[in-house]
Write a protein that binds this ligand. Structure first.
Ligand code: 5GP
Length: 110
């Protein structure tokens, strides 16, 4: 089991923001912004390459609930999903980063 699967089962604790039968949102353990949340599906999906239109739709709806809950829907935020080696993905379980709570910079990426 990877780390996010252990968070889903509760084997590893997390600071939960929102949860339903299909998705979980929790705070990143090493925040890169004042608000740094992660949104994951409960089903095992490696990365964005494996997403389906139905999952994308449901996940988008859930992410919108999460940004409402975090109070950053209007102030703005950044949504990121890293894919594979070049994308810098560390955990092989599809996740979106939600970053906000401050005016974010656009860093040099290489
Ligand atoms: P990736 O680099 O795969 O896109 O992002 C993985 C993210 O998971 C990183 O931002 C990292 O800080 C976060 N992370 C790794 N382990 C844990 C953990 O045990 N708990 C939480 N809440 N976040 C974690």
């Amino acid at each position: 089991m990877n780390i996010f699967e252990k968070i889903i089962t509760g084997e590893i604790p997390s600071k939960k923001i929102l949860e339903n039968s299909k998705f979980l949102a929790f705070h990143d353990i090493a925040p890169k912004a004042p608000i740094h949340a992660l949104v994951i599906p409960k089903q095992s999906i490696k990365d964005f390459n494996a997403i389906t239109p139905e999952l994308m739709k449901e996940m988008s709806e859930f992410i919108l609930e999460v940004v409402e809950e975090l109070g950053i829907k209007e102030s703005g935020y950044r949504l990121i999903t890293n894919i594979g080696n070049d994308g810098g993905q560390e955990v092989p379980h599809l996740h979106f980063h939600i970053l906000g709570g401050a005016k974010l910079k656009w860093p040099e990426l290489i």
